[in-house]
Design a protein around this ligand. Structure first.
Ligand SMILES: [Zn+2]
Length: 281
């Protein structure tokens, strides 16, 4: 068997033809390898940019809003997530503003106030007190009237009028607005466009304290806020009402116990938060 087959596979003919066959076989293997390498390289070049394009793809407006708030503000200190609560008081200034200010000062907490133009006219000196105490004053329309603000598209003119009044009293021109009754469904696309053109911003709320509902129970108001506070950032809707003033110490204590710190709105670090889901407001 050895002499017959001597390095020559069975059935491949005479030895003399072997070198040529071997040469062509080696050549075809090398050629195939080259083809595979070139093919692989081309395929890689083709796939790579395609993959990058997918990850860079811009998110549409509708997908952005609510989540951006959480992403923007969550901070970690020693592995513990920093939780921030924004107390926002609507519809002042009122007869209760001074008491609310005193309560906040006592507990060393700063808040955000959204004032109505006609109420500023009634008691302008309180506006100065709120600003001096270091709270943020935002805009909450002149009339607080749904039909006028949204159907007659007076949102921006009313907010700019309040902004002017606050500027005359405090020297500041706040940009943040709180839409009366919330931004949805009132703020249409055309009103949103006007808001952006006027360089104003919009903030709804993440927790309704229900102080408009629990008129006789400060305890229920406090309980509602504390129970609903779950997320790293909470914007709490409050009104300048007696039950809210009475609930304030319990709200602050309860939120502190849950790990919240209190902040005021920061124009340099705007977090879009609105029910109409527009990331540019
Ligand atoms: Zn209001």
């Amino acid at each position: 068997m050895d002499s017959y087959n001597n390095g020559n596979p069975i059935g491949l003919g005479p030895r003399t033809r072997q070198p040529k066959k071997k040469f062509f076989r080696t050549l075809s293997i090398l050629f195939t390898l080259c083809l595979l390498l070139i093919g692989g390289f081309i395929a890689y070049q083709y796939i790579k940019p395609k993959h990058q394009a997918e990850t860079v793809k811009v998110t549409t407006i509708g997908q952005v809003p609510i989540a951006t708030m959480e992403k923007a503000r969550v901070e970690q200190w020693n592995g513990v997530t920093k939780k921030v609560a924004y107390l926002t008081f609507e519809d002042g200034p009122s007869a209760l503003t001074t008491d609310i200010l005193n309560s906040l000062t006592e507990q060393q907490v700063k808040a955000t106030f959204f004032f109505i133009g006609s109420n500023i006219d009634a008691q302008p000196s309180i506006v100065k007190d709120v600003a001096t105490a270091g709270h943020y004053i935002g805009l909450h329309s002149e009339t607080h009237d749904y039909a006028t603000i949204y159907k007659k598209k007076q949102y921006v003119p009313e907010m700019l009028s309040v902004q002017k009044k606050i500027h005359q009293l405090t020297g500041r021109s706040p940009l943040l607005t709180r839409p009366p009754y919330g931004s949805s469904p009132g703020i249409s696309k055309s009103i949103a466009k006007d808001i952006v053109s006027a360089d104003l911003r919009v903030w709804d709320w993440s927790i309704d304290s229900m102080d408009w509902y629990y008129k006789d129970s400060a305890k229920e108001v406090a309980k509602t806020v504390i129970n609903r506070a779950e997320d790293p950032v909470e914007i709490i809707l409050l009104h300048e009402q007696p039950q809210t003033l009475r609930a304030l110490p319990a709200i602050i204590a309860g939120l502190k116990k849950k790990g919240y710190q209190f902040s005021i709105y920061d124009e340099d670090f705007h977090i879009p938060y609105n029910f109409v889901q527009q990331s540019n407001l």
